[in-house]
Ligand binder design. Structure first.
Ligand code: GH3
Ligand code: MG
Ligand code: MG
Ligand code: MG
Ligand code: MG
Length: 326
């Protein structure tokens, strides 16, 4: 029914697709200096559905882990290696945040109880002694992967929730909460390092009459289209938010108010020229814009800046609307 896709839903689906792709090709790393055992383990892991990367030296594995796009789902590590002590290697891997919960299984000829305990203390999740039975190795790996997949899922959901908490549900723009946080951040940065920035407030002219004429649902869709237009017009690095109702805000980093005004004027003209097409009707509307920059003397906290921009916007309204003022 809606001509404009719900951006949040689109993002959610994109992410699920990424997750499914990722699910299909779980990667296991095998570090083992004996070629015979390494190949055997790699063969078994393949049978379990992993794509396997093999290493015979600790340095090779560490180099791989430092690589940019290394997604690792499981590591099977030998203890005794030509170049590295397996326990030390495990502790080293665990210090890296992205591998804090990656399942690590030690596969080693050492089978004293004290060895097992120290391996687990160093950060290994499980321990299998050589010679090993495939059945046991497979069962232990599956137990680790159950936890690993749950952790990944929780991470994924958490990221999504964090993103939703910043997002306005109607337009997909940043919401007021995130806008306020960003304003505070930019203001602090300005005070500390004299980084100038501008704030622009945008309010739809006579929006009430659009609601009255076409209905609230159409009004909602007009706001969504306007939000997309704002995102299109702003520059890379600018932050666009829904300030409230039919009001929007834009933060323009490293931008003085004259330059910001040019953006505001361009925006005002673009809205004026635009035909908002909703369910077969084309609706025309205009916006008023108030611009202020952080160098203005009367600003002592970020709220002052919002207040000033709001005053300027009010003047633009009083001057007859469809205008951008500094
Ligand atoms: P002006 O700003 O030019 O002074 O007039 P206006 O009619 O735009 O201003 P006013 O502040 O009186 O009304 C704003 C209207 O915007 C009233 C409110 O119902 C409507 N509005 C606010 N939020 C939403 C929304 O999320 N969806 C819809 N459809 N309307 C909204
Ligand atoms: Mg060895
Ligand atoms: Mg308003
Ligand atoms: Mg108003
Ligand atoms: Mg208005």
């Amino acid at each position: 029914q809606k001509p404009w896709p719900n951006q949040q839903l689109v993002r959610f689906i994109d992410r699920l697709i990424v997750e499914m792709k990722y699910r299909r090709s779980e990667t296991a790393l095998v570090l083992e200096d004996s070629p015979t055992i390494r190949r055997l383990v790699a063969h078994y892991l393949n049978k379990l559905g992993f794509s396997v990367v093999e290493f015979s030296l600790g340095v090779e594995l560490v180099k791989y882990l430092q690589g940019e796009h290394s997604v690792v789902d499981l590591m099977v590590l030998d203890w005794e290696l030509p170049d590295w002590d397996g326990l030390d290697l495990v502790s080293t891997i665990r210090t890296k945040k992205e591998f804090a919960f990656t399942p690590i299984l030690m596969l080693t000829g050492r089978n004293k109880e004290s060895d097992i305990a120290s391996a687990l203390r160093a950060g290994a999740d499980d321990y299998v002694t050589k010679p090993f039975k495939f059945e046991e190795l497979a069962a232990r790996i599956q137990a680790q992967m159950r936890i690993k997949r749950l952790i990944d899922e929780l991470h994924e959901k958490n990221k999504l929730l964090e993103e939703l908490a910043l997002t306005d549900s109607l337009t997909g723009l940043y919401n007021r909460r995130h806008f306020d946080n960003q304003m505070e951040f930019f203001w602090a940065h300005h005070e500390r390092a004299q980084h100038r920035f501008s704030l622009m407030l945008i309010d739809v002219d006579h929006f009430k009459s659009i609601n009255d004429t076409y209905g609230h649902a159409t009004g909602d869709e007009v706001l969504t289209i306007l939000a997309d237009l704002l995102k299109e017009i702003c520059r890379k690095g600018d932050l666009v938010a829904r300030f409230g109702g039919e009001e929007f805000a834009m933060i323009l980093p490293e931008t003085g108010q004259d330059e910001a005004w040019i953006v505001g004027e361009r925006l005002r003209l673009a809205v004026q020229e635009y035909s908002f097409a909703v369910s077969g009707k084309t609706i025309a509307m205009t916006v008023s814009v108030g611009v202020v920059d952080s160098d203005r003397g009367e600003i002592h906290k970020f709220e002052d800046m919002i207040h000033l921009a709001d005053n300027t916007l009010y003047k633009a309204k009083a001057a007859g609307r469809n205008s951008a003022l500094v």
